[in-house]
Design a protein around this ligand. Structure first.
Ligand code: UDP
Ligand code: MG
Length: 313
């Protein structure tokens, strides 16, 4: 059975239509399914709509939050509640085209454990937004080795990958990157981002900014290295200037006193980066992500977070 997890925040006008469209596509393709709508603390009639659908068809199930916890939490709650052998995560506004689900399903039946939905076109968005999200993904890729280009939350995960993901101990999750981090055989499908079926997007600029900073910190220490390298460059330049001053070369406004100040500045930046590095190591340890995830054994498929059992920390 395939579970379809649908995070929904103030989507009263989309629930009915989305459920109908996805249900029809899956039935046409003879795929046994359940739909899990996760009401992320909506203020409109989203939950009432979900409940009404559930009374008419028990394949439509719902989870409702006490308040708005954000899409990441909604995705995890849906994965936690689902009973399928695999699950697809899809937006409620049909911007992720459900026509792609049967293709994901087929790739999964052919052995893929994770099927990543990748945007072949990004739909209507501003140039600045596209450039910023490109930079965000490049920074994450730089130290995590996860291919994030054009990635999205539209994915299919095999039960093994779902269990591995749910076993991760950290609080602040980033589904889009973690589904790659857990590994396993991965396939890709490309799709064009559609227009929202109804309503407006739920993210404010502030929410996006927070999302970017939080997930950059969770996946990369690149800003720290940049800070350290700049400090080092300043310190080396200051050292050269001091030597030049000492041998009597005219260095313009960089006299001996200015060069010493510059050396101190560069030194402080370097020390901050070193202290920051230790803090980032502490952060990694506090997250307590397992050190590896077992995909299968000779006894069959199973996901076991063997994190601390071999080799310790
Ligand atoms: N969403 C959610 N909680 C939130 C914000 C959004 O569950 O706090 C859901 C929303 O209902 C939709 C999906 O996440 O199904 C994507 O949101 P949206 O369409 O607003 O964002 P965009 O498509 O612009 O990324
Ligand atoms: Mg959307």
């Amino acid at each position: 059975m395939l579970s379809v997890v649908i995070p929904s925040y103030n989507e009263e006008d989309n629930i009915g239509h989305t459920s109908e469209v996805i249900g029809e596509i899956l039935s046409d393709n003879k795929i046994d399914y359940e739909l899990i709508f996760v009401d992320d603390g909506s203020k409109d009639k989203t939950w009432e709509k979900i409940k009404a659908l559930n009374s008419a068809d028990s394949r439509v199930r719902g989870v409702s939050f006490s308040r708005n916890f954000g899409k990441e939490g909604a995705i995890l709650a849906g994965l936690e509640a689902c009973r399928g052998d695999a699950a697809v995560v899809i937006d409620c506004d049909l911007q992720h085209p459900p026509q792609v689900i049967p293709k994901m399903y087929e790739l999964w039946r052919n052995g893929a454990m994770v099927v990543e939905g990748k945007k072949s076109s990004r739909g209507k968005e501003s140039k600045t937004y596209g450039a910023l999200s490109g930079l965000f993904y490049r920074l994450i890729e730089s130290s995590s080795h996860i291919d994030m280009k054009n990635s999205s939350d539209f994915k299919l995960l095999d039960r093994t990958a779902i269990d591995a993901l749910l076993s991760l101990p950290e609080r602040g999750t980033f589904f889009r990157a973690l589904s790659g981090w857990v590994g396993f055989e991965t396939a890709e499908v490309y799709y064009d981002v559609a227009q929202r079926f109804s309503g407006k997007r739920k993210w404010t600029t502030g929410m996006l900014f927070n999302y970017a900073i939080k997930n950059l910190a969770a996946f990369t220490s690149a800003p720290l290295y940049i800070c350290g390298v700049i400090g080092l460059i300043i310190a080396v330049a200051a050292f050269v200037l001091i030597v030049l001053n000492a041998v009597g070369v005219n260095t313009g406004s960089f006299d001996a006193a200015a060069s010493v100040l510059m050396l101190i500045g560069g030194g402080i930046l370097c020390c901050m980066a070193i202290a920051g590095y230790y803090i980032s190591r502490i952060y990694d340890e506090v997250k307590r992500r397992p050190r590896y995830i077992v995909a299968r054994t000779t006894e069959g498929k199973l996901a076991d977070k063997g994190g601390n059992s071999v080799g310790g920390n």
